[in-house]
Design a protein around this ligand. Structure first.
Ligand code: OOG
Ligand code: MG
Length: 263
């Protein structure tokens, strides 16, 4: 169901994208549009995507958000959301991330999947996802909600491209059948101290289930996951707030480390 007209969708997209590009907090949009639906919010997100592509940015992947209980509990939202990844979100392994480009970033340990076949529809299984996966690779997402104090509801966060802002890929890619993804461990350290840890099953029992859920959510708009899509499956643990000077190292069991420094 939709409640917003095209003009309002465009205005909200401009508002939220400007908040991202100008690094400033805004009030969550459901304060002004309390009746807006998840479909309305998704329209806003796709309009932000269209604006970026029109400006010459490439869309290089997708992400799922709020797929673990740790994340849902942390944010007070009990359903997943998704977003897109633009080319300038990508930061090289070991890279420096200037705080001046962001509002109030947090880091999340995730498994990312690269697809080799299209995935489509509401009935995709974990087995089908694994069958359509070229490799799985360690990834850390840097999220940065544009909303004041990082407070939102599902509708507002979906419109805000699910807080997407940066990501780092590291370690080594693994074949989809190389490990049981539900028991793969991750350990996140900040400035040399362990701050969070978890295993793949935190994400919907199996990170591949998150890819299947993305296919299902996209099916609502008659969209598919094309072959060759990079997908971040969602934070395994609660997200960790960072500030200038913080060094992050996430160790992935048998897959190496993902590291970055905030400056
Ligand atoms: C929403 C995005 C969550 C994840 O991995 O769970 C997300 C947020 O918490 O700001 O990316
Ligand atoms: Mg995430």
């Amino acid at each position: 169901m939709r409640t917003l007209d095209k003009k309002t969708v465009e205005a909200l997209a401009e508002h939220l994208e400007n908040a991202e590009l100008e690094r400033r907090e805004v009030i969550k949009i459901t304060d002004e549009y309390p009746d807006m639906t998840f479909t309305d919010a998704t329209d806003v997100q796709w309009e932000i995507r269209r604006r970026k592509e029109a400006r010459g940015n490439k869309i290089i992947g997708m992400k799922m958000g709020l797929t673990s209980w740790a994340k849902m509990a942390q944010m007070g939202v009990e359903k997943p959301c998704y977003g897109f990844l633009a080319d300038y979100f990508s930061v090289p392994e070991g890279g420096e991330i200037p705080m001046s480009e962001l509002i109030h970033p947090k880091v999340e340990a995730e498994f990312a999947f690269m697809t080799s076949k299209p995935l489509q529809g509401t009935e995709v299984t974990i087995e089908e996802v694994l069958e359509a996966t070229e490799f799985v690779v360690p990834a850390v997402e840097i999220i940065d909600s544009r909303y004041k104090d990082f407070k939102f509801d599902l509708t507002s966060v979906q419109a805000d491209n699910s807080s997407s802002t940066r990501f780092v890929i590291g370690g080594r890619p693994a074949r989809p059948d190389e490990f049981d993804w539900s028991t793969r461990g991750v350990v996140m350290s900040k400035n040399g101290e362990v701050v969070e840890m978890g295993a793949g099953a935190a994400v919907l029992d199996h990170p591949a289930a998150s890819v299947a859920m993305l296919a299902s959510m996209l099916a609502d708009r008659d969209e598919i996951i094309p072959a060759g899509t990079f997908i971040m499956t969602g934070g395994i643990t609660a997200a960790v707030l960072v500030e200038a000077g913080d060094s992050i190292v996430v160790r992935y069991q048998d897959m190496g480390d993902v590291t970055m420094k905030f400056v």
